[in-house]
Ligand binder design. Structure first.
Ligand SMILES: O=C(O)c1cc(=O)[nH]c(=O)n1[C@@H]1O[C@H](COP(=O)(O)O)[C@@H](O)[C@H]1O
Length: 271
């Protein structure tokens, strides 16, 4: 999907919500466990109930890989369902990959060609040649970890390198890589106060912002400091939406939570 199509969808739906499909069999409603594929049944119900409120879905692959081959098949069914029923939706494989170039190329093929995701999250630690293989795919996006939402972000990401924080160095250097126009970045919602400086370095890039809801990030602050003329933000919430209820009304309850966030987004966009 092109960035232009994503922006059009955001404006049409008045939403820049990304719903995280982090499915844990211990948390989904018990009645779904009788289904042939409980994870897919859960995702399908959530997607059908929320697709008009969200512009993106982000399955974190850990939650599928944890169930072995069955989990991977549920992931495959979920992305195929999204691509055939809601092709206007932006899809993110949250896999946090990155390796020597020869290996990154195969990761990129797995997520972009085989599974058909629009984007994948990638760790920058191994540098240019580990990221460029992802960037070479037309109309596919590489979402580079920059300043993450967790406490451990302060272990390395904010440490000074050449007089500036390492995450700023990641932003600056990655802009020089081939096909850098296909880059987006992860900035945690819990780090909203860093966004003004970040926008000086990457004024237009899209940011994937996880950490609202369960991790305590604040939507208004993120928008205040991070929004661009094309919005430039995808705000992710996973547990806060998909586990709104563990009863038979789970999909409706998830839609209620998604609507709350979408309404706040609509209000912000109208200003
Ligand atoms: O790359 C991510 O999506 C990510 C980066 C980050 O800095 N923090 C973060 O929480 N995430 C992911 O975003 C999701 C957040 O989930 P909730 O806290 O349940 O909304 C999980 O899938 C995390 O793995």
């Amino acid at each position: 999907m092109t960035t232009e199509s994503l922006v059009l969808e955001i404006k049409k739906k008045q939403s820049f919500l990304c719903i995280g499909l982090d499915v844990d069999l211990d948390k989904i409603p018990k009645h779904l466990l009788q289904e042939e594929d409980p994870i897919f049944a859960f995702n399908k119900a959530i997607i059908d109930a929320t697709h008009h409120l969200a512009v993106a879905y982000k399955p974190n692959t850990a939650f599928y890989e944890a169930y072995g081959i069955k989990g991977w098949m549920s992931l495959e069914k979920t992305i195929a369902y999204l691509n055939s029923n809601y092709p206007e939706i932006f899809t993110i494989a949250d896999a946090k990959r990155g390796d020597i170039g020869n290996t990154s190329k195969m990761y990129a093929k797995a997520f972009f060609e085989d599974l058909g995701f629009d984007s994948v999250t990638v760790a920058p630690y191994m540098g240019k040649d580990s990221v460029e293989p992802f960037l070479s795919f037309k109309d596919k996006h590489t979402i580079l970890l920059a300043l993450t939402s967790n406490q451990g972000a302060f272990d390395f990401q904010t440490k000074k390198v050449n007089g500036d924080a390492l995450y700023n160095e990641v932003l600056r250097t990655s802009k020089t890589w081939e096909n850098a126009k296909n880059l987006m970045y992860v900035i945690g919602a819990t780090k909203a106060e860093y966004l003004s400086k970040i926008r000086e370095i990457i004024p237009d890039s899209f940011l994937l912002v996880p950490g609202v809801g369960a991790q305590g990030g604040n939507l208004k602050d993120v928008c205040k400091y991070g929004m661009t003329k094309n919005v430039g933000l995808l705000i992710n919430s996973s547990r806060g939406i998909i586990y709104a209820s563990s009863e038979k009304d789970f999909a409706k309850a998830a839609a209620g939570k998604a609507k709350e966030l979408q309404s706040q987004m609509q209000q912000i966009l109208s200003k």
